[in-house]
Design a protein around this ligand. Structure first.
Ligand code: MCN
Length: 795
């Protein structure tokens, strides 16, 4: 092993299987004799339930059970508030099945379990629910007005939380400012679109009392813990497996969706396997969404463009329930100053209940909103002061020597003060400037205009707090027979390629091939402790945990091999799956070392005259380990990050707007990106590309639409427009690698980065293209053809 695996472009080893269609998703799990679930969902955004009559449904042939809030025992509870915060009082969370009232169209009211899905659906249609519909207000700005209908009578003006955060002394800076730029921006609601929607299947073994659950979740260990406590089963008797998940994007990390509790409950209650596969429409109306925020942001600056203070006040739509507390709004508010020095910040938000699908983090989690607000404001400030958009940023970007940049008073989602740990922001900006050939663009744009074509250049910078705690762990074991290395973690992958990157980390430490490292994740039997995949944290938190475990195993291996080869541990090197005395041809395979560190196996192998190619070290009768070392070449360790580590990047695009048909074609898209040391640049680029594709959706296509009664009117892929490959541009990605000083591997997260600045880039580019029309800046995404039509026709 002469080359380092860490930092290499190694293809993801799961891809061939997935590309051949051989992945195993929840719906692929064969479950003999399984029952199937259909839900009765609320047709009203807000209503009182007078009665639920299940008689006809219960007697429908093939129905095993019909559940309402009245026959689910301990499950008739308000689900946990996952992240409490002092800015909220009496935070409202959902019940698995509605009791008394419904709060959004799609809320689960009853669950039918039957021999097959068709029968379950037919029976669900027979459940007779008598509702008294109530008045609703869907509009976020109107929802907070006095007299607006309340989602929860407990919360006047529909305010779920109100928080003001201050850094520095904004009042004094505002008084000193020579110019103020004020911008109102809006980001509309969107949703994740995984390949397999959410899905749960469960078996309960009445003899052993063991519950096995297959769940397309991002958090198997957390699901296990919750199921055990809510269903009152020993944790060791609950096994949760997340097989291939097909994308989660934050939507699959909620604890709990009703089905995640009700399906295992029914499996235990009925003594039969039970399965629920959410369909696409249910995913739209029943699984959480994100994005709607309306910001009014003000930049107080000197005439030279140096920003002295920022004020931002925004409304955040929480939907009908707030299981994640203020996480999304808090991330937005603490990311609002972006990569800029801005020493004085005042930021306020109100999280507002609306009678719509609950809002929880979706890839980006508040950062796309913050980026859209600050970057649109920066573009406007540049215009106001007659400065170039790159120049305004040059004058405000944090310098390399200013890190760590603490924003005292702003507490990030981990409850700790925002502190940007490292970066080369100016260099990134100039790389974009060069790569896009900005110096020559004005001439190209002019020439195109003369030919009746409208080119625009857009750009936006972003920062991203990644790698949140509290911790993750990793167990590593070199197998005594094969010498293969098993790595177990508590995480699960939804397509991020963890099996390859974690193998790269281990491969270097133990001198084995990447393909000889086998990751076992997504199964609570594999590892007992851990949290979940979210917040772009696997590389930082699990990566470092696995690195630490690998170091322990490495040291054990060196000690044992030194004993076996009668050399000093300092003279041993690990490569090619063996331990070598440096500079000689004396070696012993890792399998043999692992065998020798296990007393029983060693004795067995010796007596059987198996292939033990060594003499035991004289001070050991058998096992080759050092004094006090535990048997086996294995170890477990954990990593807990001190705080978030901040990745960043700057994107730019050259696009063309056709004012006749109001279309936008992205001609070039350039991304300069820095996530610290890259474990696998190919995977990093895949992550960035995927994020940009989602960002393109959010910038121009994807918007969840509600009518005034709260019905989602585009809950399908015909009307909710996910971009196809034809809409996603070829992206030119350039990397910077500024190591994070906060963790041993020097890594920062990347999983959400791509999507963050895209809306701001596209808006900036369309503004630039349409300057000849005197159009007002685009401050609202997604930007639709009708918005472009209004801009070019002055409508
Ligand atoms: N990586 C790397 N070098 C770095 C940083 C990361 O090689 N310096 C690699 C990691 O090892 C990992 C991948 O890039 O294989 C993403 O790493 P990380 O940023 O740690 O993110 P997570 O693995 O924790 O994944 C979560 C993140 C989030 S929050 C969302 S949302 C998202 C995303 O990942 N959802 C995804 N990317 C997704 N990709 C797919 N295919 N599907 C999803 O649901």
């Amino acid at each position: 092993m002469s080359t380092r695996a860490f930092g290499s472009r190694i293809q993801r080893n799961i891809d061939p299987q997935l590309l051949r269609g051989e992945g195993s998703f929840v719906d692929d799990i064969p479950l003999a004799n399984a029952l199937h679930v259909a839900f009765v969902r609320s047709p009203f955004a807000r209503a009182r339930i007078n009665s639920i009559d299940v008689t006809a449904a219960c007697t429908h042939p093939g129905v095993a059970a019909v559940y309402t809030c009245d026959n689910i025992g301990d499950l008739d509870l308000e689900l946990p508030l996952l992240i409490p915060h002092s800015s909220m009082t009496d935070a409202r969370t959902q019940r698995p099945l509605a009791r008394g009232d419904v709060y959004y169209v799609g809320q689960t009211v009853a669950m039918v379990v039957a021999v097959d899905r068709y029968t379950a659906e037919d029976a669900a249609a027979l459940v007779d629910v008598d509702y008294d519909p109530l008045e609703v207000e869907i509009d976020l700005e109107k929802a907070i007005l006095d007299g607006s209908p309340l989602v929860h009578p407990t919360h006047p003006n529909n305010i779920a939380a109100h928080l003001v955060q201050v850094s520095g002394n904004p009042d004094r800076a505002i008084a000193e400012a020579e110019h103020v730029t004020r911008v109102r921006v809006q980001v509309d609601r969107s949703t994740a679109a995984a390949m397999e929607c959410r899905a749960v299947a469960a078996i309960f073994d009445r003899v052993t009392g063991e519950l096995t659950v297959w769940d397309g979740t991002q958090a198997p260990l957390s699901v296990r813990g919750g199921l055990a406590s809510i269903l009152n089963i020993d944790e060791d008797k609950v096994r949760v497996i997340a097989p291939n998940v097909g994308g989660g994007f934050g939507q699959k990390v909620l604890l709990f969706y009703p089905d995640e509790l009700l399906v295992p409950f029914a499996a235990r209650h009925l003594g039969r396997p039970v399965k629920y596969i959410e369909d696409r429409r249910e995913n739209f109306v029943g699984s959480t969404q994100e994005r709607t925020q309306i910001h009014t942001i003000e930049l107080y600056a000197k005439k030279t463009g140096e920003v002295l203070a920022l004020r931002d006040s925004f409304l955040h739509d929480t939907g009908a329930f707030i299981p994640y507390g203020i996480a999304v709004a808090q991330v937005a508010s603490t990311s609002i100053a972006g990569p800029y020095r801005i020493p004085n910040i005042w930021v306020e938000f109100k999280a507002v209940y609306t009678p719509t699908v609950p809002v929880t983090p979706y890839r980006g989690c508040g950062r796309p909103h913050a980026c859209f607000a600050i970057e649109r404001a920066m573009d406007q400030l540049a215009d106001d002061l007659g400065l170039d958009r790159f120049e305004i940023r040059r004058r405000n970007l944090i310098g390399d020597d200013e890190f760590p940049k603490l924003r005292e008073g702003l507490l990030f989602a981990d409850g700790l003060p925002v502190s940007l740990d490292s970066g080369q922001y100016h260099k990134a900006l100039e790389m974009l400037h060069d790569k896009l050939d900005v110096a020559n663009f004005a001439a190209e744009q002019q020439k195109a205009r003369e030919a009746g074509r409208h080119l625009g250049l857009g750009m936006a910078f972003y920062v991203e707090g990644t790698g949140l705690g509290p911790y993750e762990g990793g167990h590593i074991k070199i197998h005594p027979i094969t010498g293969k290395v098993y790595v177990n973690t508590g995480l699960t992958s939804q397509g991020q390629g963890h099996d390859t990157v974690f193998a790269q980390i281990v491969s270097d430490q133990l001198g084995v091939k990447v393909e000889d490292v086998i990751l076992v994740e997504g199964d609570t039997k594999a590892f007992d402790w851990g949290v979940a995949t979210f917040a772009s944290r696997a590389a930082v938190v699990s990566g470092n945990a696995i690195h630490k475990s690998a170091l322990i195993v490495r040291n054990k291996t060196l000690t044992a091999a030194a004993n076996m080869l009668e050399a000093s541990a300092d003279d041993i090197e690990l490569r090619d799956g063996a331990a070598w005395v440096k500079g000689t041809d004396r070696q012993v395979s890792l399998a043999a070392v692992a065998t020798a560190t296990n007393p029983l196996r060693y004795a067995f192998n010796e007596s059987a005259k198996a292939a033990t190619q060594f003499a035991p070290a004289s001070r050991h009768d058998g096992p080759a380990l050092g004094e006090g070392q535990a048997p086996g070449l294995e170890a477990t360790d954990y990593y807990s990050p001190p705080c978030a580590t901040w990745a960043y990047g700057v994107h730019g695009a050259i696009l063309e707007v056709d004012p006749e048909i109001c279309s936008v074609k992205v001609r070039r898209y350039v991304c300069i990106h820095d996530c610290g040391n890259m474990i696998n640049p190919m995977i990093v680029e895949g992550q960035v590309m995927g994020g940009i594709a989602q960002g393109i959706g959010g910038a121009m296509y994807e918007r969840i639409e509600f009518d005034t009664d709260g019905n989602m009117i585009n809950a399908n892929f015909v009307d909710f427009l996910v971009p196809y490959a034809t809409e996603v541009p070829q992206v030119e990605i350039l990397h910077l690698e500024t190591p994070s000083p906060l963790n041993p591997l020097g890594v920062k997260g990347v999983g959400e980065a791509g999507c963050i600045p895209v809306g701001a880039v596209i808006a900036s580019g369309i503004d630039d293209a349409l300057r000849p029309f005197g159009a007002a800046p685009f401050q609202h995404i997604p930007i639709t053809p009708s918005m472009i039509y209004a801009a070019v026709t002055g409508g």
